[in-house]
Design a protein around this ligand. Sequence first.
Ligand SMILES: [Zn+2]
Length: 210
Amino acid sequence: MKQKIPCFCDKSFFVEFPEEPDLDAEPSFIDEMMDGSFMNFTCPACGKLHKPEFPITVLWPSKKLRLEVLPELDRGLFYRRQENPEDTETVIGFPEMIERIAIIRDGLEPLAVEVLKYFLLLKADESYPGREPVIRYDNSSAVGLEFHISGIRQDEYGISRIPMEVYEKTCTDYRTHPRAELYRGLRVKTYLSVQNTIRPDLPGQFKTEN
Ligand SMILES: [Zn+2]
């Protein structure tokens, strides 16, 4: 797909990128996502680096993943959208895309990770009321899962580690009680995210899934 990028230097330039990047066919996309260079473009006139968010669908057939990635600007549009693609998961914004790809890469259950983020968010809100912390899964090891928390102090992020047993316990509980209110509240249509539990501007959306 070809798109025009307007630059601050008053010049515009065209860029080409795959609308449906396939991570099995091009595993280097995964590395680019993790190091932040995925879909970066440089203005040929002034050299400024652009990181635009264009809507794409990431395919990862070996993981049975079809991930619709919407630009952050279309967040409101998603909730109003009537038609939703089938057999597709949705994330909104490239940071959520990168996080979800890391979760799948590490063989984790996305819902359980969002549950852990939900509890970390509650804790952060208790310790730092009034802030708007953002919590992202970063990596995991035998010891546990590592999350980065930003938005509490300027230009700084904190690290939280959740022991593997807690993650496993969350997975077991989800398998036992998949219809529990918290689990249902994390998903709106094709979009699974802790963001769905913290949107007071969307009355009643906590109950949209049956
Ligand atoms: Zn430029």
